[in-house]
Design a protein around this ligand. Structure first.
Ligand code: IPM
Ligand code: MG
Length: 370
């Protein structure tokens, strides 16, 4: 691969910088050992950018993200920014990146690692062999819908409101991503909404049904209400292959799915835009976990979710599936060997630090490629 693919690294806040530090070691390892080199640029985002520049995302950083072949993102947010104005809060930086880069498809895979079965709060036979994918719509719905706000009504009382809105193109393009991915997997899609109470849910179901009939009849489609889906995720998660759902339900259901795997510290994600004429997609890769301010800076964070996000980047942005498999294998082997950060500790395990986990992962990469 040519050495000039542009990678923008945005560690962010909380545990973001410490998990990213370990991932950058792996990025360097691939540069040295596998000739997978990137022009790496690091920048601030979220609270870190707000502290430095007074905004969670500067125009320069946004421009660098738009220009990059891929963005690797840590996490943002923290109690320190609770009182900042809404448009200056760390989350606003991430939402702006997603919106401006038009990253409408957020892929959140949940799979259990053999070595981690005892870390799940669910029974082993419920989660063993789980391999599912949530495709969350990421640039529409109630996260961005207008009008929104808090206003004073005629009676002098105040009310707060948000708007859930989806047009047919927004639904169709994310559903198409779900169907396409299902074709490479087990050919099953659950489309999730609340058509029993929401007009936009009825509409979502109609558009997905039409698209399925027109273009994806070879894939099995089932519609499911979001509340039932939450229940089914903990009752019998292995019934799922691909779940396609809106921005808010996807946010909630993916946290739930994360815990099936033992820890939210294990879950990566890819946020993809539409392919351009050359087939290139804008893309941002980030762990599903947030900034975890309660453990930030203590060396307790699990770098696996961020590292697996890097693996998704190799796979989806650069077609380097062999290298991605190598990363995934290294993670699986290290977990099986009992090296665990505190979030995934089972009985009898001793916790290692974020950095020691990074050491173990690099050693395993050396061993696998020897
Ligand atoms: C996520 C996060 C974000 C979201 C926050 C940090 C804005 O929870 O990526 O799931 O709600 O989308
Ligand atoms: Mg979330």
């Amino acid at each position: 691969m040519s050495a000039n693919k542009k990678l923008l690294v945005l560690p962010g806040d909380g545990i973001g910088p410490e998990v990213m530090e370990q991932v950058v070691r792996v990025v360097d390892w691939f540069g040295a050992n596998r000739a997978v080199g990137f022009d790496v640029k690091q920048d601030l985002v979220g609270g870190a950018a707000y502290d430095e520049h007074g905004t969670p995302l500067t125009d320069d950083t946004l421009a660098a993200a738009m220009d990059a072949d891929a963005v690797l993102f840590g996490s943002i947010g923290g109690p320190k920014y609770d009182d900042a104005p809404r448009d200056k809060r760390p989350e606003a930086g991430l939402l702006k990146l997603r919106k401006e880069m038009e990253l409408f498809a957020n892929l959140r895979p949940a799979l259990t690692f053999e070595g981690l079965l005892d870390a799940s709060s669910l029974k082993e036979d419920v989660v063993k062999g789980l391999d599912m994918l949530i495709v969350r719509e990421l640039t529409g719905g109630i996260y961005f819908g207008e009008p929104r706000g808090v206003e004073t009504m005629a009676n002098g009382k105040r009310r707060g409101f948000d708007t859930q809105t989806y047009d047919e193109d927004e639904i169709r393009r994310v559903a198409a991503v779900g169907f396409e991915l299902a074709r490479e997997r087990r050919h099953k899609v659950h489309s999730v909404e609340k058509a029993n109470v929401m007009e936009s849910g009825v509409f979502w179901r109609e558009i997905v049904t039409d698209l399925h009939r027109e273009s994806y009849a070879d894939v099995e489609l089932e519609h499911m209400y979001a509340d039932n889906c939450a229940m089914q995720l903990v009752r019998n998660p292995k019934q799922f292959d691909v779940i396609v759902t809106d921005n808010l339900f996807g946010d909630i259901l993916s946290d739930c799915a994360a815990m099936l795997t033992g820890s939210i510290g294990m879950l990566p994600s890819a946020s993809l835009g539409a392919p351009d004429e050359t087939g290139r997609r804008k893309a941002l890769y980030e762990p599903v976990h947030g900034s975890a301010p309660d453990i930030a800076g203590e060396g307790k964070a699990n770098p696996c979710a961020c590292l697996l996000s890097y693996s998704m980047m190799l796979r989806y942005s650069f077609g380097l599936s062999e290298e991605a498999d190598l990363v995934d294998q290294a993670v699986a082997n290290v977990l099986r060997s009992g090296v665990r950060t505190p979030d995934i500790m089972g009985d009898g395990d001793t916790a290692v630090s974020t950095e020691a986990m990074g050491d173990a992962l690099l050693q395993e990469l050396d061993r696998l490629s020897a």
